[in-house]
Design a protein around this ligand. Sequence first.
Ligand SMILES: O=C[C@H](O)[C@@H](O)[C@H](O)CC(=O)O
Length: 271
Amino acid sequence: MSRLLRKPQQQLLSTGVTLLHEVNQDNSPLHYVGFKMIDIEPGATYSEALGKTECCIVAVTGQITVSDHEQTFTGVGTRASVFEKKPTDSVYISNDRAFTITAETTARVALCYSPSIEQRPTRMIQAAENGVEHRGKYNNQRLVHNILPDSDQTVNSLLVVEVITESANWSSYPPHKHDVDQLPAESLLEETYYHEIDPAQGFVFQRVYTDDRSLDETMAVEHRNVVIVPVGYHPVGVPDGYTSYYLNVMAGPKRIWKFHNDPDHEWILQR
Ligand SMILES: O=C[C@H](O)[C@@H](O)[C@H](O)CC(=O)O
């Protein structure tokens, strides 16, 4: 199995709290991005104290209460399934703060991390604040919810976005990369993908590859898998009959999303 593909674990952290994924510097080739996916049962709590990292808590499904022990946000979350195709709520917590999440319903919660030195205010990112984009044409159409785009200057290094790709369409396509710190042409952003597929027995294909093909891995990605993108192009293809969801976390030395399309495939944009 590709070293870039992570299957969900079932690590019981505490009563009602299960860790499905943890991606960090110790268990991945990433240096900037961290990611956790936790499932929380109603009434159960998850607490964490941040060091020099910031965290975007995304209520992927269900409703949660989030407190940084100064402010408390209740009713965070808008959907029972990501395939309702509507944005959700998130809460941003900056470095050197602690937080507690309490599940109001059965909830899937993504914890998206990146480096942070200058402490910023805690804030709820309402679903209605998400920039919604209908990107692409032909069989390259996808729905994008920008949770923390690079235009949002309220955080230090974190970028968070979710994408819905319908049956027989491609996304993160034409293949693009953002793996060199060479602005204005391209920025260096590591990336993680947390995938969900409807119906859940489905799979999508994701390829992660470099120009010199020193890295070239094509994966069959299944429901609730994570794909790690340290470098390279990273297109996703969705088989007929299935719908794809993924949540992206990106971070690097500069908080700018400037990607470079694979020249071999950029022509499709001219149609
Ligand atoms: O670099 C960003 C990620 O690859 C996705 O968010 C991608 O941009 C989604 C898309 O445009 O299809």
